[in-house]
Design a protein around this ligand. Structure first.
Ligand code: DAH
Length: 343
């Protein structure tokens, strides 16, 4: 029985000593002591357990408690209203700031931006074109008519039954758009996403990215193309890198070549990156076929040009020694955050 009195007295002391400092704490105080499930309610409930001769005394104690709690609340509310308690806790202005975790750029964006930077230093300007293309821009104007076997080089996602509309299979389509709408001299790179109907594996995907280059002017020669590829390779992979050109075929260039660089990992000695050949392929290129320029009404007696195409995934995989293309599209943060500081 004495316990009940003791408990009531303890709570009385608590009420008198309480120092809520924020609006929230004042409300917590009210709920704790005066709320419908509060401590005072509970204490009133013990009345029934007391012998009759002590009920009056307990009742008075309860009234004092209730009055004390209400008075405290009133006092706090007034203090709150006239501003001596603020709505928020005053922050510690000397505390160190929280670290705000910054995101990182996607490795493909890092390399794309680097390619843009490298080419823009020698006068190339970025231009873009649509991902949904028509037959003319993706194939026919690029010297690849409907029955041409070179169409089989790329597995196309057609969008219409008549095969007039498709997802572009390469960014070479943007060459045509630019040559149709502008007059030489022109010096562009076309970065962008392309699509091919290929089975997804470590080395192939149904969507990837390319950077296409186009330079048309008077007297542009294969030597200019070679020098441009050498400059790019050395800027991207290191000053000691060498380039070699292997004769190849593309419908839109003549002559055409594939560009290899000496392996920047083993300096040509042979390693897993270059599959022990000492060389790795970085893209295709060639002199723009006069037929392509004529399709775009460019005077081929006056102008010549070169073009090249590179896969951004390919360059990124070489640069960062990534061995599975699918990693680029899985968005695993543990993978993605490794590259920001690597270039
Ligand atoms: N369009 C070619 C492809 O996707 C790449 C390419 C090769 C582009 C040679 C060019 C070039 O401009 O000259 O496979």
């Amino acid at each position: 029985m004495q316990e009940i009195f003791d408990k009531a007295n303890t709570i009385h002391e608590e009420i008198k000593g309480a120092t809520p400092a924020t609006a929230e704490e004042v409300e917590q105080f009210r709920i704790k002591y005066l709320g419908s499930k509060g401590l005072l309610k509970e204490l009133f409930g013990f009345m029934g357990q007391l012998p009759n001769e002590r009920k009056k005394e307990y009742g008075q104690l309860m009234n004092t408690l209730k009055a004390a709690a209400e008075a405290k609340l009133e006092e706090l509310k007034t203090a709150f209203e006239n501003g001596s308690i603020s709505n928020k806790e005053i922050p510690d202005l000397t505390a160190p700031a929280y670290q705000f975790p910054l995101g990182t750029r996607h490795p493909l964006s890092i390399i794309k931006n680097r390619m843009i930077e490298i080419f823009s230093r020698i006068g190339f300007t970025v231009a873009e074109g649509p991902e949904i293309e028509d037959d003319w821009h993706n194939f026919t104007a690029l010297n690849t008519p409907a029955d041409h076997p070179a169409r089989d080089m790329q597995d196309t996602f057609f969008l219409t039954d008549d095969k007039q509309w498709m997802l572009r299979t390469h960014t070479s389509s943007v060459q045509i758009r630019k040559m149709e709408s502008e007059k030489p001299p022109m010096k562009y790179i076309f970065p962008g996403r392309v699509y091919r109907n290929e089975t997804i594996s470590a080395r192939a995907h149904c969507t990837f990215h390319q950077v296409e280059g186009l330079y048309i002017d008077e007297n542009v020669s294969f030597a200019d193309l070679k020098q441009t590829m050498l400059y790019f390779a050395q800027e991207m992979f290191g000053r000691n890198v060498e380039v070699r050109f292997r004769p190849s075929f593309f419908p839109f260039t003549e002559p055409s070549a594939e560009v290899d660089i000496s392996c920047f990992v083993c300096s040509g000695k042979g390693c897993p990156v270059c599959k022990h050949s000492g060389w790795v392929e970085i893209g295709g290129c060639g002199m723009v076929d006069p037929a392509v320029m004529e399709n775009c009404k460019i005077d081929t007696r006056k102008y010549t040009g070169f073009a090249f195409g590179m896969g951004i995934e390919r360059i990124t995989m070489l640069k960062f020694q990534i061995n599975d293309l699918r990693l680029f599209f899985e968005n695993d943060i543990r993978f993605l955050k490794q590259f920001e500081s690597a270039v």
